[in-house]
Design a protein around this ligand. Sequence first.
Ligand SMILES: [Zn+2]
Length: 278
Amino acid sequence: MTDPTARHAPGRSGRQGQAPGQTQGQAYATADVARSVKTIRSLTSASFGKSTRNMVHFFGTRHGPSYGGGREERGTVQTAEPDDPVVVSVRQVHGTDVLVLDRPLSAGEQFLDGWDAIITNQVGMLVTIRTADCVPVLVADVAHRLVGAVHAGWRGAVRGIVAKSLRAMVERFGADFASLQVAMGPSVGPCCYEVDTPVLEQLPTDLPDASTILTRTSPRTGRLDLKALIRQQALSLGLADDRIHSVDLCTMCRSDLLFSYRRDGNVHGTMVNGIMLT
Ligand SMILES: [Zn+2]
């Protein structure tokens, strides 16, 4: 389900219910846009949020939040106070390893290998991944009380990081594919993501509808829709189309709101995305 009207995460902005760039008056439109963008710290998928009760999720922007985002914090469990939720982040390596967290954690515990997905059945554990063009994929199973966060760039997506994460929720925690919900956040869109031979050669050739994933722009180049690739992978596992949600903002187009490695280089920053059982 496409969700073009991504809204603010509850409690994270003083301007509830207003989509990015959406203004209430014509005369001050420019000023309103500038002000509203500055106050947006994170986005949510409204449709995913409605169908995942007793959970919170967010897709970060260049204005925040910063949970677990600092280089020195990655791989170390953070919490402000003993009774606060714990925040888990990991060092991401564009691989396909899934970190499975099935026990309570305390501040200071460390996970120092590389992972690109975290899944958990623990209440009050905020699992986070960082992105800046790659697709942040949040996963939830309401019936089995499970959540996960996945970092899916083209390498990870082609190697099946999303499918591997969904399978891990089934095999390790007893979820079933029919009850899983997926939300994809802002990423570089097919409007801007031109790839060439090294990427094209590794795209899967056995997908049912490859034309939605790649639009050829020359014999050696094409525009890649990473979200369409991930959607097809999730559908092929048995997820229902209306349980696959998407916030279709492009990181390269929205310099006001989002970081982009391809646009800015990697000196600027990454956005933190997370989900938690409450
Ligand atoms: Zn774009």
